[in-house]
Design a protein around this ligand. Structure first.
Ligand SMILES: [Zn+2]
Length: 322
């Protein structure tokens, strides 16, 4: 009996299963751990819940595990948040962003979106959700809640005249809209972020808005629009002497040019980016992959990774940069 409890409350096999992609196993192990801790009134139920929520999203579950939950004690929510943030560092998949978003909604509803825990989770989402996957299935309810929360946050920041933060939040909203398949709305949002950022002294938000919008157009197969925005982003970054941002934009531009079939220009941008980023930089991996594809004369796997271009959805849309 003791052994059984001991085995089921050890979370490491569940975490290992998650790491190696055995999501079903991770789910059943973590579920047992949640049960055991919960019955014992042990706050470590929060740790187990963190693994469980990640495993359920990883396994393809389309709604938040927190919905079926009653009132968790504060201590348990605190541990759940800490454990999720720690685990989330290890994973970069879309399901990780989904699990973080579930948690963010829970914390926002419970303690308010300005609460320290909600802000920590939001920062982790921002960091992770950059590589959105347009093909990913998103829970429409979660999607709608998150979008509404972001819209409120933008209004609040605008009223307080915190325009830089409002701009960052608008970019995050555009990213969420894109991830949820709302491409037209995403474009409108990017457009508003680009316009808003042109008024700001610090070029950081402007560079981010232009670059992310450029990447968005690349992902949906509108390469000309993507190239033009990325070139503007590159020139703003260069002028502002933001070396790292500049190198990252060149990486995105190189990929976009490659997708367009403009191999010589792609090669130039990719090599230039690599030279500045250095081989050890985490953003060098996609650069190396594209250079490898060029050298071997094969196509890259971006389409497979991102579900392929979604042509014509926002056709005719042109973002005029002011
Ligand atoms: Zn590619």
């Amino acid at each position: 009996m003791f052994e059984k409890i001991h085995q089921s409350i050890d979370l490491s096999p569940a975490i290992r299963a998650l790491e190696i992609g055995e999501y079903e196993r991770a789910l059943s192990w973590s579920e047992q751990a949640v049960d055991q801790y919960w019955k014992q009134g042990d706050p470590r139920a929060g740790d187990a819940f963190a693994v469980y929520s990640l495993a359920s999203r990883a396994g393809g579950r389309r709604e938040s595990v927190f919905r079926e939950l009653g009132d968790l004690p504060d201590q348990c929510v605190y541990r759940l948040t800490k454990a999720t943030l720690e685990l989330a560092r290890e994973f970069s998949s879309n399901w990780c962003v989904e699990a973080l978003s579930d948690l963010w909604l829970l914390l926002g509803q419970r303690y308010g979106e300005d609460s320290k825990l909600a802000c920590q989770v939001k920062a982790a989402i921002k960091e992770k959700s950059f590589d959105f996957d347009p093909a990913a299935s998103v829970d429409p309810q979660l999607d709608a809640n998150r979008i509404a929360l972001r819209q409120q946050e933008i209004l609040r920041l605008e009223v307080k005249k915190q325009m830089e933060q409002a701009c960052e939040e608008t970019i995050a909203l555009a990213r969420d809209l894109a991830a949820g398949g709302h491409y037209k709305e995403a474009v409108e949002c990017y457009r508003s972020a680009i316009e808003g950022s042109s008024q700001l002294k610090d070029p950081t938000s402007r560079i981010a808005a232009l670059r992310e919008c450029g990447i968005f157009f690349d992902r949906i197969g509108q390469f000309e629009q993507s190239e033009s925005l990325l070139r503007i982003a590159a020139s703003v970054a260069k002028k502002a002497r933001k070396r790292e941002a500049y190198a990252e934009i060149l990486a995105s531009l190189g990929s976009c040019l490659f997708h367009m079939g403009n191999i010589e220009s792609a090669k130039k941008a990719l090599y230039q980016s690599l030279k500045q980023l250095g081989l050890a930089h985490e953003k060098s991996a996609p650069v190396l992959k594209h250079l490898d594809s060029i050298n071997r004369g094969v196509t890259c796997d971006c389409e497979r990774l991102h579900g392929g271009p979604v042509a014509n959805i926002v056709d005719g849309t042109v973002i005029e940069v002011v």
